[in-house]
Design a protein around this ligand. Structure first.
Ligand code: TRP
Length: 348
């Protein structure tokens, strides 16, 4: 344990010692290697340095779907298990469930008074969500999505918010809300910063720019070796290359993007690239070696998952104790909020 961790845990409520991270997942189900590259790896890296809260944003799921809600519970479990399996350590990171922290919707209500309707309508992800879900008009709830996210972040006074580029505008409106609240009432909130990974998106196995569960082009962290093999062997490569003796393009070729990301044997990658460019290696060999590299990465994750699954009740325990901790923080924050807003009448 580092001295920092020691003193932080020795003084409950002494928040100033380490900056705090709040990050979140909508529980959409099993996570894939694109999630690993985009966010999970960063979580594992940052968990030693920052006091980290990981929110499972189940309320956010309701903003775009009201069918098959019975699937959400399993999705929450899968999300937690995948985070645990890649090493997001529950001794360092507070896992918590949004719908078990009623202070979040309360804060969302106060924040909704600080944002004009046109401002909320200008958030670029609103149009994307409407297009993706075939909606002609947004519900009031969907319009409020980023404002709910601001409540997630600020209920525990998050300083840093690691998110993908697509969430940048949500952190921006969170900053506006924090500033406005502080100015109007009292300086309760930090003005949080987005932490956006530099690395580009990992392409899908079909060569499309983005890997996505709904796009059907993902390799899941929980896929078994047979499935991984099948997916890699079907991967999109250089479409202009017909024979192994044709010179091929390495740049932007998904198989090589994956090699660069997951193959730790850099000499092997360089050799493959060189032979590919010269037309001296076939796709099959390149893919076989990628399967080996991916398995080196995925096998320890599978072992960890099996270990977690041998302990029924573990996920519930982690979520329950984390939610108690996060909720205590949120209650403290809301106490300050009501006081600042003069809503602390009648013994609140
Ligand atoms: N909006 C995030 C997504 O696109 C999920 C999320 C909800 C979130 N609340 C958050 C992310 C708070 C960071 C902080 O999946």
């Amino acid at each position: 344990m580092s001295p920092q961790t020691l003193s932080a845990s020795a003084q409950p409520g002494a928040k100033a010692l380490r900056k705090r991270i709040l990050t979140g997942d909508r529980p959409t189900g099993k996570l894939h290697v694109g999630h690993y590259v985009g966010t999970l790896a960063n979580r594992v890296k940052l968990q030693d340095e920052y006091e980290t809260f990981l929110l499972i944003a189940d309320y956010h799921m309701l903003t775009t779907r009201l069918e098959k809600l019975e699937e959400i519970e399993q999705n929450i479990r899968d999300d937690v298990i995948d985070n645990l399996a890649v090493g997001v350590d529950p001794d360092k990171v507070t896992y918590f469930l949004q719908s078990r922290v009623p202070e979040i919707p309360e804060l969302h209500l106060y924040f909704s008074m600080l944002v004009s309707v046109p401002r909320a309508q200008r958030i670029p992800t609103l149009k994307d969500a409407m297009r993706d879900h075939g909606l002609r008009e947004p519900t009031y709830g969907l319009l409020g999505y980023p404002i709910l996210q601001a409540a997630d972040i600020l209920c525990v006074k998050g300083d840093l918010v690691p998110v993908g580029r697509d969430n940048e505008s949500h952190v921006e409106i969170t900053r506006e809300i924090a500033r406005k609240f502080n100015e109007l009432f009292a300086p309760v909130f930090p003005v949080p910063r987005a932490l956006i990974p530099e690395i580009g998106l990992l392409p899908g196995i079909d060569g499309r720019e983005k890997m996505g569960k709904s796009l059907g082009n993902a390799i899941n962290l929980s896929d078994d070796p047979k499935v991984v093999e099948k997916k890699v062997m079907s991967m999109y490569t250089d479409p202009t290359r017909l024979r192994p003796t044709d010179p091929g393009t390495v740049e932007g070729n998904p198989v090589f993007v994956y090699h660069d990301t997951f193959n730790t044997d850099k000499a092997e990658v360089d050799d493959l690239k060189d032979r590919y460019r010269r037309g001296a290696v076939g796709d099959v060999e390149v893919k076989r070696k990628l399967i080996v590299a991916l398995e080196r990465f995925l096998e320890p994750i599978r072992e960890k998952r099996a270990e977690i699954e041998r302990r029924p009740g573990l996920v519930d325990e982690i979520l329950e104790s984390g939610t108690i901790r996060a909720r205590a923080e949120a209650q403290r924050t809301l106490h300050e909020v009501r006081e600042a807003m003069k809503l602390d009448y009648f013994g609140s």
